[in-house]
Design a protein around this ligand. Structure first.
Ligand code: CA2
Length: 148
């Protein structure tokens, strides 16, 4: 079954601006590396981005119905979206909130997340490598083997 990796608003701009915060990799670069790593582990990923909250809600529901696990970088919707909170609460697959930057070391408004109470774990501040950490953690949760 597929592992969903969903990305929210403005993440399509990755690699083009603010590299000091978000790094130099484009979202496409991240998707390709993740695809290759998932294949090595015998998994398939659905790697997607949308600027639209409702589309992300639809994809979270789809992941809940058809997916094995979900990593979500909700972008700025992290700090505003009760709709994504509710959608995540309604699904029972392993789910991880993911951020490139360390949201706790930035502006005060980024310290509150509507997403964190609705997921199994949170990864932030590791840059693009955080996507690999999320994939690894999801596979462990899916296989119910969190620690050797
Ligand atoms: O650190 C993250 O991954 C964030 O989810 C990124 C969001 C931000 O609102 C969250 O607080 C933390 C913003 C994504 C914007 O991405 C850009 C990338 C390049 C240039 C401009 C924006």
């Amino acid at each position: 079954m597929t592992i969903y990796v969903l990305n929210g608003p403005n993440l399509n701009l990755l690699g083009s601006r603010e590299p000091e915060i978000y790094g130099r990799a484009s979202l496409d670069d991240i998707g390709k590396v993740l695809d290759a790593e998932a294949a090595k582990a015998g998994r398939k990923i659905a790697f997607r981005q949308s600027n639209h909250e409702g589309v992300l809600v639809d994809w979270v529901q789809e992941a809940g119905a058809k997916g094995a696990g979900l990593a979500l970088n909700p972008g700025a919707y992290t700090h505003t979206s009760i709709a994504l909170h509710d959608a995540l609460k309604a699904i029972s697959i392993p789910k991880i909130e993911l951020h490139l930057s360390n949201v706790h070391a930035r502006e005060a408004f980024r310290r509150h997340s509507y997403i964190s109470p609705a997921v199994d774990g949170v990864i932030c501040g590791l840059g693009a490598a955080g996507y690999l950490t999320a994939l690894d953690a999801l596979i462990r949760l899916i296989d119910k083997k969190p620690f050797p």
